[in-house]
Design a protein around this ligand. Structure first.
Ligand code: NAD
Length: 349
């Protein structure tokens, strides 16, 4: 196995922990990018990777993204991320979740987990039997916490509206055409919020039935997953997986705005320049999608209630505006402006 520090995405991680539990079949990576601002917080992804090296790269990129996200959201948390390597059938057992909980516990509170793609709040409950360093657990109404998806969707919705205001000069989303890639927890929630505003929606999902069902419910149009990135619209909102913006896809975009919830949307650092050079208003992913972590961080810290979560999520548009203003003034791509701000906050600027 190649040492994690030789990976291009290593970026001075404080630690990369590899776990294997033969009895349950658990194989997991927990990457801790920075604990400068507090314990490293970030969800657990349960995913099948053809090559385990891809799982390490994913953990490294996602973990660094969490450092930046938590810092930019003003949370007293560092950045980390866990990846559980699933088999091709995505078999998940109680024993595997228990072993993963013990792995989190072994890090003694340096890492705090929650849901990410492939993990549910019921999984978090199972993990919480082995460790207290877990968030995203079911909570009573009015409390901070629980499934981060809906709060992420709310923050992305507010960010999309900010982008519409900045990029199109419109005060709301009525009649604005938004193409959403991935209509799971985040993309589906976003679609529902935008539909209430009277936006025109085009939806796609790898699970075509899912996209079709939501489109029927909301009076939207469903297209094939392969076509969503080239739909001519006002906004493209990537809400599936990362690395979808690369040289080829950016050249083919037919939108003036890209603003969505997926983590790590830019495939490579040069893609920040490419999207900027095309004059597309880009919402840095970890700024617009911070709603979920705000929700689970306040739950973990025992600070504040649902109203406090909403108040903090409502600040996402301000932060985006600050980044776009600085980008416009300096000519530096918005993604680079955000990275520089975040690096300063985590003591690496
Ligand atoms: P999810 O699993 O609920 O939904 C993802 C959806 O994307 C699924 O319906 C899946 O079928 C679809 N999909 C996968 N590949 C696709 C493709 N190539 N084209 C179209 N659709 C595709 O996950 P989620 O919680 O909604 O997360 C979506 C994204 O948002 C991820 O990148 C995640 O890391 C990011 N994110 C989620 C949260 C959260 O709170 N859930 C917070 C921050 C960021």
């Amino acid at each position: 196995m190649t040492a994690p520090w030789t990976y291009p995405d290593f970026d001075d991680h404080e630690g990369v922990h590899l776990f294997r539990d033969a009895a349950s079949g658990l194989t997991a990576v927990i990457a801790l990018h920075s604990t400068h601002l507090g314990p490293a917080a970030g969800g657990t992804r349960f995913w099948h990777y053809a090559d385990p090296a891809d799982a390490i790269t994913d953990a490294l990129r996602l973990s660094r993204g969490m450092s930046f996200k938590n810092a930019m959201a003003g949370l007293p948390m560092g950045g980390g991320k866990a990846v559980v390597l699933a088999d091709s059938l995505r078999t998940k057992t109680p024993e595997m979740l228990a072993a993963f909980g013990r792995a989190v516990e072994a890090l003694g509170g340096r890492y705090i987990t929650a849901e990410d793609v492939g993990m549910s709040d019921a999984d978090m409950v199972a993990i919480s039997r082995e460790t207290k360093h877990v968030s995203g657990l079911p909570v009573a109404a009015g409390h901070a916490g629980g499934d981060p998806g809906p709060t992420t969707a709310k923050g992305v919705y507010l960010g999309v509206r900010a982008a519409i205001s900045r990029g199109l000069g419109k005060q709301d989303a009525a009649g604005v055409h938004v193409a959403i890639q991935g209509v799971g927890s985040v993309g589906g929630g976003l679609a529902r919020l935008l539909a209430k505003d009277g936006a025109k929606l085009t939806l796609a999902d790898a699970d075509a039935k899912r996209a079709k069902a939501l489109a029927d419910e909301l009076g939207a149009t469903a297209v094939a997953a392969a076509d969503i990135m080239t739909v001519e619209a006002d906004v493209l909102s990537p809400c599936a997986l990362g690395a979808i913006l690369d040289e080829r896809s950016i050249a083919a975009l037919q939108v003036p705005i890209v603003a969505g919830g997926a983590n790590n949307q830019l495939a490579a650092p040069a893609d920040a320049d490419r999207i900027h050079a095309r004059g597309i208003l880009y919402a840095p992913d970890y700024v617009i999608n911070a709603g979920g972590i705000i929700n689970v961080a306040l739950e973990y810290l025992g600070q504040g209630d649902r109203a406090e979560v909403e108040a903090r999520v409502a600040k996402i548009p301000e932060r985006l505006d600050q980044i776009w203003t600085e980008s416009a003034a300096s000519g530096v791509p918005s993604a680079v402006v955000a990275d520089r701000m975040a690096m300063k906050l985590i003591g690496r600027g």
